[in-house]
Ligand binder design. Structure first.
Ligand SMILES: C[S@@+](CC[C@H](N)C(=O)[O-])C[C@H]1O[C@@H](n2cnc3c(N)ncnc32)[C@H](O)[C@@H]1O
Length: 506
């Protein structure tokens, strides 16, 4: 069963609690804290409830429940351990339309109470849909570790600044993006240090930045076009030409890292969280796509594993970036690994430059280095490898322009997109004098929970991979450094999900 989560305003409203034990007392105290008028119905009560009644904090009916007790109630809780009583209360609650929570008796609940954590004005409620209150309580404790006094003080400050910010940034969409920028910024660090003035100053700076950006940008395409349509015919041409002149937005090419969402840079994440438009590739983690602000346009432009009709051509992607930037939008082009390592990032920059669209590149953690690292393989090592080369496997089949003689002598060779051409790659290296016993490895889905590593030698690698049936994305590493993996663990490189993949050794 799925419950609809809400926070109720109980101030001045009547709540009836059936039962007088410790659980009932806990519920009563929660209801009183929310400002409810509470009536308790029970022949026996805890000392705490008796005291509350004596002090007129609650109305106490010292007798068993009887039909009619819910009259005038806005909400009811049955905290008895008697299911027949719960069933009677439930029948009355349903007849009278009073929401009822029967403790540990989900059959007789029209609402359930979540595990909550409160810090100032922040309340986090955790529900397991009644399946495990204990798990909810533990999860609540974990969340509580993340929300402390600083977050509560920050929340109070943001509440205080809300009217001023609404006046200074009237455009609702810009304001929403600005709020995200503020909460994702370092403003909270000032609060943590107790420097509330510093936090205000930082927020002021962010507001000024956004306003300056806004005033630089002329009206966005949609709005201007709408306005143009409302103009008399003779003025439409002028409006259309001013539209063509309008200053563009900006495109950020951001490296998303090799797969583990924790491996994007702090700068990359900050920019992603301020995107109007997100254009992303296949190997980008779904949880990073979810970091785009609500309302951002998210466009998938990745190539499907075996190609397909839906795949977008590079020209189309370039045109999309230019088009959205020309509407004055902040476009984030999120690419796997680093944008400039076999990612066609440079081509996109050239297209943006040719179109006069400003762009910035935020480098990423490339799979060429991070994927071997996730399998415990350093690409260099003081004793084993003082240089490494990275090549694309797409250059290795058929006619190859690569200098294979040099590649056969490079201490560490990393091949991206090399899985299907692996037999040609290993054959060329062997033909150009590489040692057949050179250790070699393929790591598939590196840094992800499904990571798999196969280790062999240069001579046996292609056959071993065919036997193991590894699937892309995969990175090939050839060199003495592969031996080091025994000494290093995936945890050593600090992954969000320590790689648990199957490891096999030839
Ligand atoms: C088009 S290239 C892009 C490389 C990317 N720009 C980078 O810096 O990592 C994609 C190739 O990177 C490698 N790759 C990307 N993510 C990987 C992962 N999680 N595990 C193994 N290899 C990966 C694979 O060789 C894949 O075919």
């Amino acid at each position: 069963m799925t419950f609809y989560p809400v926070f109720l305003n109980l101030r001045g409203r009547r709540a009836v609690v059936i039962g007088g034990g410790a659980v009932a007392e806990q519920k009563v105290r929660g209801l009183l804290a929310a400002g409810a008028h509470v009536t308790v119905v029970s022949p026996e009560t805890t000392v705490g409830l008796s005291t509350l009644a004596a002090e007129n904090g609650i109305e106490l009916r010292r007798r068993p429940y009887r039909a009619g007790d819910l009259a005038g109630a806005w909400l009811a809780i049955a905290a008895t351990d008697d299911r027949t009583v719960n069933a009677s209360v439930w029948a009355e609650a349903e007849r009278a339309g009073v929401p009822l929570n029967a403790v540990d008796d989900v059959e007789h609940c029209s609402f359930i109470a979540p595990a909550i954590h409160r810090e100032g004005d922040i309340t986090v409620a955790v529900s397991t849909s009644g399946k495990s209150p204990a798990l909810a309580a533990r999860l609540r404790r974990r969340i509580a570790n993340m929300i402390g006094g600083a977050e509560a003080r920050f929340c109070a400050l943001l509440g205080e600044l809300r009217p001023d910010l609404a006046a200074r940034v009237p455009d609702a969409r810009t304001r929403t993006a600005l709020w995200y920028r503020i909460v994702d910024s370092d403003a909270i660090e000032f609060v943590r240090r107790g420097d509330m003035e510093g936090a205000r100053g930082r927020i002021d700076e962010l507001i000024d930045e956004v306003r300056a950006q806004e005033s630089r940008l002329k009206p966005r395409l949609g709005t201007a076009r709408e306005r143009a349509l409302q103009l008399p015919l003779q003025r439409q041409c002028r409006a259309a030409s001013s539209l063509a002149d309008s200053e563009p937005g900006v495109v950020y090419l951001v490296g998303a890292g090799p797969g583990d969402p924790g491996l994007i840079t702090a700068r990359g994440l900050e920019i992603l969280r301020s995107a109007d438009v997100l254009v992303y590739d296949r190997l980008v983690a779904p949880s990073l796509v979810a970091e785009a602000p609500p309302g951002a346009e998210c466009v998938f432009v990745g190539k499907r594993p075996h190609g397909g009709k839906g795949d977008r051509a590079q020209d189309e992607i370039n045109a999309l970036l230019v088009d959205r930037a020309r509407r004055g939008l902040t476009v984030v082009r999120l690419k796997g690994g680093d944008p400039f390592v076999f990612g066609r990032g440079a081509e996109e920059c050239e297209a943006l430059h040719a179109a006069g669209v400003p762009f910035h590149v935020v480098p990423g953690v490339t799979s060429a280095v991070a994927v071997p690292a996730a399998a415990g393989i350093p690409v260099t090592h003081r004793r084993l490898a003082s240089a490494f080369a990275v090549v694309t496997g797409h250059e290795c089949d058929g006619v190859s322009n690569l200098d294979w003689e040099s590649l056969a002598r490079v201490p560490t060779l990393v091949v991206l997109m090399g899985l299907s051409a692996l037999p040609e790659i290993t054959a060329r290296l062997l033909a150009h004098g590489a040692d057949p016993d050179t250790p070699a490895a393929v790591i598939a889905s590196g840094t992800l929970p499904a990571q798999r590593t196969v280790v062999a030698t240069l001579a046996t690698l292609a056959d071993r991979i065919a036997e193991e049936g590894l699937e892309p994305p995969a990175t090939v590493v050839i060199g003495e450094v592969v031996r080091v993996r025994e000494l290093l663990s995936a945890e050593a490189v600090g992954l969000t999900h320590p790689a648990r993949g199957l490891v096999s050794q030839a």
